[in-house]
Design a protein around this ligand. Structure first.
Ligand code: XMP
Length: 308
């Protein structure tokens, strides 16, 4: 069993041998796996790695800024704000699986467009052990990936043998901030699976604001240590409330907090009442479009963790 420092030294030697003087690209999301991979390969081959961070317009409040601040000085880093393009492609789409497909395809388009400017030979991926063990080893260790334009990249997976807790230890040794190392899982399609119905800029913004309040209060209370994920989802339901002296018609926000080991099953723990009250009061008073907050109390199964 290697120590984190030994793993890093060993990985850097192997990456240098594999990539040599060629160029490599990675899609950096700010999640712990792609962040650790980017920094590890960056340490090994320096500027020959380009880390591409695509903002699809469905990130959480402050997330783009956090990723940019963490990596822009540390890596050869490219930030692409493609939110217009993604939201245009998603205009009027309400079906969750359709949203996922559109986002996945668009992501490849945008990434490929940038990667083709670099003339990279290698694609670095933050695959970890559960990713390929769950597919019963169907993802081979040495493989190429052909992008739709015909561009072929050789895949390099430096943390393929690691489990999540080991990735976190390596991240810590590499000096990544806690906010990245202990970040809760966030789905690739982002808020598209937490905003029910069509994805308008206004609805996304309401969801971002509510989610920021949930994260802030849960983290302040320390209850996040008990949770796998905690977030706000925005329903497509409008409900009546009173604001001032007037009756109002606004959104229903659902707060979801789940404990889990691996996301295959999840349960809703007993949530401190004060925390829920504070979150609810803040959401309805700080976000004028919201009239009602509810708490999801459904385990997985039968519910899923996400709302769409
Ligand atoms: P569900 O909602 O299926 O989620 O109980 C299980 C875990 O997977 C995440 N999730 C996704 N991650 N793309 C992703 O990268 C997706 O489309 C997606 N859908 C769900 C979810 O956040 C939870 O951790």
């Amino acid at each position: 069993m290697l120590s984190p420092k030994e793993f890093i030294d060993d990985a850097i030697t192997k990456i240098k041998e594999e990539i040599q003087d060629e160029k490599a690209v990675i899609a950096l999301s700010g999640g712990v796996d792609s962040s650790v991979c980017s920094v590890l390969v960056g340490e090994a081959i320096g500027k020959n790695l380009t880390a591409i961070f695509v903002n699809h317009g469905l990130l959480r409040k402050g997330e783009a800024e956090q990723v940019i601040n963490t990596f822009e000085d540390r890596l050869n880093f490219i930030y692409i704000d493609a939110s217009e393009e993604f939201l245009e492609a998603l205009n009027g789409v309400t079906d969750p699986e359709e949203k996922r497909k559109i986002i996945g395809k668009k992501f490849i388009d945008v990434f490929e467009r940038e990667a083709s400017k670099i003339e990279a030979k290698y694609l670095v991926q933050g695959t970890i052990a559960p990713d390929w063990i769950e597919t019963k080893g169907k993802i081979k260790s040495h493989h190429n990936i052909a992008l739709p334009s015909g561009m072929v990249l050789e895949v390099v997976e430096p943390i393929r043998e690691l489990y999540k807790d080991e990735v976190r230890e390596i991240g810590s040794e590499l000096g990544l901030p806690d906010a990245i190392i202990h970040r809760q899982p966030f789905p690739g399609p982002g808020l598209a699976v937490r905003v029910i119905g069509d994805l308008t800029r206004d609805k996304i913004k309401v969801c971002q604001k509510a989610d920021a309040i949930v994260r802030e209060e849960v983290e302040k209370s320390g209850f996040n240590k008990e949770l796998w994920q905690y977030f706000a989802a925005l329903t497509d339901t409008q409900v009546t409330g009173v604001k001032g002296d007037e009756r109002d018609f606004g959104y229903l926000v659902v707060v979801r907090m789940v404990s889990s080991f691996d996301a295959m099953t999840a349960y809703v723990p007993e949530v401190p009442w004060e925390l829920i009250r504070t979150i609810s009061r803040r959401i309805t008073s700080e976000i004028s479009e919201v009239t009602h907050v509810s708490l999801s109390i459904s385990d997985k199964p039968p519910s899923t963790i996400e709302f769409a």
